[in-house]
Design a protein around this ligand. Sequence first.
Ligand code: 0GZ
Length: 306
Amino acid sequence: MSFEKTPGWLDWYPGPSRPAFRLPPGSVDAHCHVFGPGAEFPYAPERKYTPCDASKHQLYALRDHLGFARNVVVQATCHGADNRAMIDALIHSGGKARGVATVRRAVTDDELRQMHAAGVRGVRFNFVKRLVDFTPKDELLEIASRIAPLGWHVVIYFEAVDLPELWDFFTALPTTVVVDHMGRPDVTKPVDGPEFALFLQFMRDHTNVWSKVSCPERLSVSGPPALGGERNAYRDVVPFARRVVESFPDRVLWGTDWPHPNLKSHMPDDGLLVDFIPHIAVTPELQTKLLVTNPMRLYWPEQEGA
Ligand SMILES: O=C(O)c1cc(C(=O)O)oc(=O)c1
């Protein structure tokens, strides 16, 4: 099957630079995706965008180039609840990748067990309206109760303005809960303002909540973009990410978000994106927690400290 990309689609950046920041040994890229390839793993009929292909081989080449040891491959919405591309990536990672799936209520216990054997450790619930159709909360709660006994967690993706409405649902989840991209704060608002304070309270009051401090390229309004050698990119996102890292150092994760679906203004150089990390995790201790200790605890607990 061949697919035509969404008009205006930006492809991932070819030939990224080598980061100046040396990642701690054993670092995990804890949020990235594979797209297709569409000819092998067709995009889902219910998708809201059609991306360029981004294969497991290209993802793992990027991992090695940037200096990561492992990946967490998160099911992208363009594949709906068809997890084959993501699971194929896990199976061909030599144990170096774990995954987060999207499942529907109809998933069988046997399918969940097979996913676990392949390396899946969580499910993703998406509330971003431009990406998915609405799924009833009772279906999501049922899924959460089914995956909890496997030791999996729930990854949630939502916009900051929707947190008040989703609060009761999120705080009822029986598992570890991982927020994608800091709950998408509006970084034109003050870091000490009420909107971000609510997010920080969400994490403070609920110690099962973790956050990915990822996607400055998505959240930034004023830039500058991580392109052309820029090692001070996305300044407006720094205070937000730094606040989360310093407030909750044991519950933060970082990921490239490669291949960066739906970016409109530019596609970042992933090497320069890695150079963003020391601006938000400013000590070697914080960097090791963010990039090694925390993701290992969540995704490879059996290898922790090994
Ligand atoms: O903001 C986005 O467009 C986006 C989309 C997806 C996805 O389509 O799965 O994943 C992300 O992490 C971010």
